[in-house]
Ligand binder design. Structure first.
Ligand code: IYR
Length: 223
């Protein structure tokens, strides 16, 4: 801290020990109900909801607070169809030879294939771009740091905000994803990171019967 870079007071609201336990349990229970969903309703989602979830994503910590991300939020039907068409071209190549047999075997329980109707059907598609570097107004390049980590954390915040609003999403990674920067006319410093359809789950929505790992499979305590 110095005169050029002043600090401000910060107080995080805190709770009694019991309340802290209760709140952590409640949040876990709520987050544990989240599922990746591929069956979307076409029910309208107001733009204001999208504004809020994107602002939430952008509260994520980032290297040197550079916030190295751009979110493209698409409700335009023509653009969604164009993206679906290009995503399916890549996915067909993936499912018909580009993915190894063991990869396909690992995916089998998810029931996925190259058909991505959720891109047309969901009321919104959010495409996250990572900024490997910045292009300043004078055209000069400036650095970003820990870009993958930063954008990954922001994606986690985004997914949590979507769940919190009672909506569903899916982390779709049609690879290679270069077509997204072309279609959305992003500058050369931006690379597509994830495509997330956002909307309500269809009434008839089904998800695979997945189990999550127990605590002793994911955590080691050193007390
Ligand atoms: N990107 C493809 C394949 C796919 C890969 C993984 I790893 C998944 O967990 C799910 C799907 C697709 O979206 O279908």
């Amino acid at each position: 801290m110095n005169e050029e870079h002043p600090f401000i007071d910060y107080k995080q609201q805190s709770f009694s020990e019991e309340e802290t336990i209760e709140r952590s349990k409640e949040f876990y229970t709520y987050m544990n109900r989240r599922r990746s969903v591929r069956d979307f309703s076409d029910k309208h989602v107001p733009k204001e909801v999208i504004d809020n979830i994107l602002l939430t994503a952008s509260t994520a910590p980032s290297g040197a607070h550079k916030q190295p991300w751009t979110f493209c939020a698409i409700s335009n039907a023509t653009l969604k169809s164009k993206i679906r068409e290009k995503a399916e071209i890549e996915e067909r190549k993936n499912y018909d030879g580009r993915m190894s047999d063991s990869w396909l075997k690992d995916l089998a329980h998810l029931g996925t294939d190259a058909v991505k109707e959720f891109i047309d059907f969901a009321p919104w598609i959010v495409v996250m771009f990572k900024k490997s570097y910045n292009i300043e107004e004078n055209g000069e390049k400036s650095n970003n740091y820990y870009v993958n980590e930063s954008v990954g954390i922001a994606a986690g915040f985004l997914i949590s905000a979507i769940h919190q609003a009672g909506l569903v999403t899916l982390t779709h990674t049609p690879s290679p994803m270069n077509f997204l920067a072309e279609v959305l006319e992003r500058p050369e410093n931006e690379k597509a990171f994830l495509l997330l359809p956002v909307g309500y789950a269809a009434e008839t929505c089904k998800v695979p019967d997945l189990k999550r790992k127990d605590l002793d499979e994911i955590a080691i305590y050193f007390e």
